[in-house]
Write a protein that binds this ligand. Structure first.
Ligand code: C2E
Ligand code: CA
Ligand code: CA
Ligand code: CA
Length: 278
């Protein structure tokens, strides 16, 4: 631990105290929200741009507190990681998204894959596979209807155990996608060692395509790299026809983004499925 001196120390303590007070309030509220099922999963369609068909969706968590209002996941997920609630949240999402995909399968006779974001902290837990297995047993979900999204961060600490864990997931029948690809950098050389199925290109790269040649070249290079490793490519945050055209031209397979749809509540997503079913 760091030793602090004189008033430096007391300022630090004061800061910690301030943070803790707010943190504790936040923590108990988040804990309550989990217990009382007041978190909600939104679903964003994923489209195969070769056929224009929806092939699945990404589960995106929302938290609306009666007093604090809407708290975006970019804020409460890092907090949940710090205070130790993230695994509970991850399991809640896995379970509820599994039940939802079962319902949709029954109601609309569709075979879609739901992608679930798993925090590196949750993923690194020793019993992750066991818990995943119990959720599959409990919900009776077909594991081939599930995809797990992990960020490059989860893959930074390259080791045998990590590879084994990923293999176990694949053996269950679940696919793995690397989220926010391009924003981390340490695992690029190891990418071919990981049993992953898809790369999701971070939205920042898609946005940068507007800047012209170099932005486009970068995205094209990522797609080429992915295909050389036999991975599918998902472009995130596609908002314009122009972006879509460039991605098509460079043989990107899948897209998500406001151009097709924002994340939807389960009931709005059902309406969409009804339309498709005709
Ligand atoms: P992410 O996994 O990279 O998710 C993509 C984010 O981009 C989502 O933000 C989505 O709503 C947004 N998005 C999708 N299409 C577009 C578009 O065309 N334009 C723009 N500007 N944005 C678009 P969201 O839902 O706010 O989630 C933010 C982040 O929070 C996620 O980034 C993910 O890292 C995290 N997160 C969300 N749900 C969960 C969860 O259940 N578990 C964990 N561990 N993390 C989650
Ligand atoms: Ca994601
Ligand atoms: Ca992402
Ligand atoms: Ca992101």
């Amino acid at each position: 631990a760091k030793k602090s001196k004189g008033n430096q120390y007391s300022i630090y303590q004061l800061k910690m105290k301030g943070l803790n007070d707010k943190g504790l309030m936040f923590e108990s509220k988040l804990f309550q929200a989990i217990k009382e099922d007041r978190l909600e999963i939104y679903y964003q369609p994923k489209i195969d741009i070769r056929t224009n068909e929806m092939v699945g969706m990404e589960a995106l968590l929302r938290w609306k507190d009666p007093e604090l209002g809407f708290i975006p996941p970019d804020q409460f997920i890092p907090f949940a990681e710090d205070c130790g609630l993230i695994s509970e949240i991850g399991e809640w999402v896995l379970k509820n998204a599994s039940l939802q995909i079962n319902r949709w399968k029954q109601l609309y006779n569709v075979n879609l894959k739901v992608a679930i974001n798993i925090s590196p902290i949750h993923f690194q837990e020793a019993n992750f596979i066991n818990r995943l297995q119990s959720i599959i047993t409990e919900t009776k979900v077909d594991p081939t209807n599930l995809e797990i999204e992990i960020t490059e961060m989860s893959m930074m600490d390259y080791n045998k155990q990590l590879i084994e864990k990923m293999k176990s997931i694949k053996e269950l029948g679940i696919t793995i996608a690397v989220d926010d690809f391009g924003t981390g950098y340490s695992s690029l050389g190891y990418l071919k060692e990981f049993p992953v199925d898809a790369l999701k290109i971070d939205r920042s790269f898609i946005v940068n395509m507007q800047d012209g040649k170099s932005g486009i070249a970068l995205v094209a290079a990522i797609i080429t790299l992915a295909h050389a490793l036999n991975l599918a490519v998902v472009a995130e945050g596609v908002e314009s026809e122009l972006e879509l055209e460039i991605l098509k031209e460079h043989n990107c397979e899948y897209v998500q983004g406001y151009l097709f749809s924002k994340p939807l509540t389960a009931s709005d997503f059902s309406k969409k499925l009804e339309e498709i079913a005709g």
